[in-house]
Every structure is written in C-alpha cells, then in structure tokens.
Design a protein. Structure first.
Length: 467
C-alpha cells in the first residue's frame, strides 16, 4: 500500500522550506529541492520488484536534534545539504517518532525492539549512574544480526550502562569506539562526574581532538574497509547535545573543563552558554560530518547495497526549531518525540519520496531484522512492527498503536488520533491531521474515543515494569 500524503505533508511539498512557517500548524515542514530537481512524491514501493543481497546497515543517530532542525524539514536558518541530499535519494518520514523522550530509553527501544519499560535499565530516563544498564543476556539488534552472519560495530554514544557490567561488546557489537555516558565535553572527553569517557572496546583511548571529528574519522574508516560479510554500524553522534561547543571553541571548552575539575557537576549542562547561532553551527557541522561518512561509503563501492538510516534520539532541546510542534525533549508532546527520519537504500527503494506513515523506533528494529534475514528471539517478542513488506512490496501496514510512557506523562497514537496525559494529570485528545501543535483538545467532544485510547494505553502499561 502506498501511503497517501496528508494535507500537512502536501503543504511542505508544494510550498518549499521558506513557506513552512507561513502554512501554520496544519502543514508539514517542507522539502525544498534545488532548482531542476523533482519534488517529493508520496511513497510507493519500487516496481518492478528488485532484488539484492542482504544490505549493510548504517544507522546514524543525532543527539537532541529537533524535528524541524534540518532544512528539508523546514528550518528557516539551518542549512543541511548532505542530509537533504540523503532525503532526496531516499524516503523522508514526516510522522516518525523516537521510542521515548530522552536519550537512553530510546536507545533501549532501538537495540531491543521493545518498549523501554520492559527492562529495568529502560526505566531510567536517562541512565545517570552504574546501577542499571542493558543486560548482556538480552538479545539486541546487534546480537541477532551477528548471529545471522553480520559484522557489528558501534561508534559514538552508548548511554545504555557503564563498565564493568555493561558495554556494547557485551551486547552483540564486535567493536566499540566511543563514550559510555549521556554527555561529555567535546575536547577533554570529561563526563558529568569529571570522569574521562572515550573508550576503544573497554579500554580508555586518549584523543583530545574535537569529538565529532574523531567519530567521523572512525566511521569513515569502518565503512571503507574491505568487508567479507554484511555489516551493521550504529553511528551515534553526540552533536548537537550540550555543552554548546563547536569545533574550534577552545576558550569555552577550557572554561567548562575548569568548572568540572573544580567539582561543578552542572558544568556540562552549560545553562549559561549557547545560542541559536552556536546551535546552528553545531547542526551544520553534524551535517558536514555525515556527508563525509557518506562520501567514504560511496568511494568504497558499497553505496547501492547499504541501507542508511538517519534520525534523532528524541526531540530537540533549548535551541531547537520544532515549529509547528509543541514541547521538546523530555515531554511526550509531539516536539519531544517526533523526530526527523530518513531512509535510503538505492538497490531496493526509489528516491525522492515522502511518507506520513506513523512509525517509531521499535519498528525500525523489526524492519532491519527482517531485511537482514534475522529472526527475533522467541522469548523476547518485539513491540515494533516490521515495515519491510511495505517498503519493498507495498504491503499494507495494519493500524496499530504507538505507545509511550515516561514518569508523569503518557501518550498513545492510533491513526491520526493521539491520547495524551501530561504532568497536569488531565486526559487530552488531539486529531493530529488537523492539529499537529496539540492545541485543540477534542476530549470533551469525543468521550468514547478518549475512553477507548486511554484503555488501550492502560492495557499496554499493565504489562510493563513499574517505576
């Protein structure tokens, strides 16, 4: 089944990035194609059906990147030509969501394909100490792919537990290079508690260059190798997560390091720093860095047979541009969980397409496993729905519920309808096809629908671990 474009997606296609804000809350962000290039069309599976070998998988996460922080999603001031090109060569999803509203729960949902609340480590929002993590006994995307013949690597932010008990190399990744914690200072690699946090495998690795440069270099080297079997690379940038330090900002870096070493545990939060312009600089650097990795992939001759996926781990933070969505990171309003998401696989999926199919992080886990010919572990059933049949053959995606739970908030999306209870404790109901900004509460007008969605949320919640 091809996914019809809603009014919000059509608005973006027709109007271009500069008009996205003018179209108001009912319009999606635009995908502004350069002059002479075709505009996006509604997604359709490629016909005639094409065949290829099992894909390499390059799964890229930005960190705290807002839904409209890319120019292809409507940003009026940030230019992201490399990610925009990726979208033109693949499929751009307008209604894609993260598995949770903060860093580590979403990563749990990606690596396990399950709601964060099914595991003890997933209850931390986010993980802040060594008491919990992703249990090495739990099957993961990496371990299941490795068992089916893939090489696996994770480069960048892990944030699913700390040594000595938790590590990517204990959870299915053959190789790990990156940081364990939720944030680090970009030059010194000092974490929230003043610990040094750059590792190769389980051993400290000293490199005091700007972190985004290091990760880009490592990822380019990995995709350029002469691989003898298909591979999975999880490339997890920390950009544009705080502290707000761009490449070359040594003076700001030195000041934060001084504060960390003086015992200021809030220094990395950088609440006295940053700006819209600094954030723009960091996002555009992320875009250039991804462009360098994609260039290395193309030079390697593997581009056609590599599925590239890009998303953010949750909604944007202080300086993000989320219009027209309300809320940001930490909230289950749209701005806290709706994220830019792009998929490209030249061998099997046509480019220049846009989809408003509602999808969330666990769906991608299920999809990648099926595309790679791997099966979920029967004792750990997935909560996501595989989109492989839809993407490759145009199969219908059955209507299902997208579910979220964080401390103090709950949300469920079914079709265009969203049930939401925020910290006020008041149940609300929104028709996202008409009101993506969640301002027109339909609960008083649709009491039966509200009760149905609330009951569905509570049935799912009853099967999860308690906080």
């Amino acid at each position: 089944m091809s996914t019809p474009l809603s009014r919000r997606a059509l608005g973006g296609v027709a109007a271009g990035a500069a008009a996205a804000a003018a179209l108001g809350a009912g319009a999606s962000a635009a995908h502004a194609a350069p002059a002479g290039e075709p505009r996006e069309r509604p997604f359709r599976a490629a016909h005639p059906r094409r065949h290829s070998r099992r894909p390499n998988i390059l799964f890229i996460l930005g960190d705290d990147l807002g839904w409209a922080d890319l120019s292809s999603y409507g940003s009026p001031h940030i230019r992201t030509p490399h990610l925009d090109r990726l979208a033109r060569e693949g499929v751009r999803f307008t209604d894609a969501y993260s598995g949770s509203a903060t860093c580590s729960p979403t990563r749990f949902s990606l690596y396990t394909g399950r709601y964060p609340g099914r595991t003890k480590g997933g209850l931390a929002e986010p993980i802040a100490d060594k008491s919990v993590g992703l249990e090495p006994t739990h099957p993961t995307l990496a371990s299941l792919l490795r068992d089916s013949g893939y090489s696996t690597a994770l480069i960048g932010k892990w944030h699913c537990g700390y040594l000595p008990d938790y590590s990517p190399t204990r959870s299915g990744w053959d190789e790990f290079f990156g940081n364990f914690g939720g944030a680090l200072e970009y030059y010194s690699k000092l974490g929230l508690g003043g610990e040094y946090d750059l590792y190769e495998g389980d051993a400290e690795y000293k490199d005091l260059r700007y972190y985004t440069r290091i990760l880009t270099e490592r990822a380019g080297e990995y995709v350029s190798r002469d691989h003898d079997r298909p591979w999975l690379l999880n490339l997890n940038f920390t950009t544009p997560h705080w502290p707000w330090i761009a490449d070359g900002d040594k003076e700001a870096s030195d000041e934060i390091v001084r504060r960390i070493k003086a015992g200021d545990r809030s220094a990395l939060w950088h609440q006295d720093g940053g700006s819209v312009e600094k954030y723009k600089e960091m996002v555009e650097d992320l875009d250039r860095s991804i462009g360098q990795v994609l260039k290395a992939l193309k030079r390697s001759g593997q581009e056609q047979d590599t599925l590239v996926f890009f998303a953010s781990d949750n909604g944007g933070e202080r300086f993000s541009y989320n219009w027209p969505l309300a809320g940001n990171k930490g909230s289950l309003q749209e701005g806290g969980i709706r994220v830019p998401s792009i998929l490209r696989w030249p061998a099997r999926i046509d480019g220049g397409q846009v989809s408003d199919l509602p999808v969330f992080t666990p769906d991608w886990t299920a999809t990648l496993l099926e595309l790679a010919g791997a099966r979920p572990h029967p004792a750990y059933p997935l909560d996501g729905t595989s989109l492989a049949g839809h993407l490759l053959r145009g199969a219908d995606v059955p209507e299902r519920d997208l579910f979220w739970r964080v401390r103090g908030e709950r949300a469920l999306r079914r079709g265009d309808w969203k049930y939401y209870r925020g910290k006020s404790g008041r149940d609300q109901l929104f028709d996202l096809s008409e009101d993506s900004r969640e301002q027109a509460d339909r609960a008083p007008l649709e009491p039966a629908r509200l009760a149905e969605l609330r009951a569905a949320w509570e049935r799912t919640d009853a099967g999860l671990l308690r906080y």
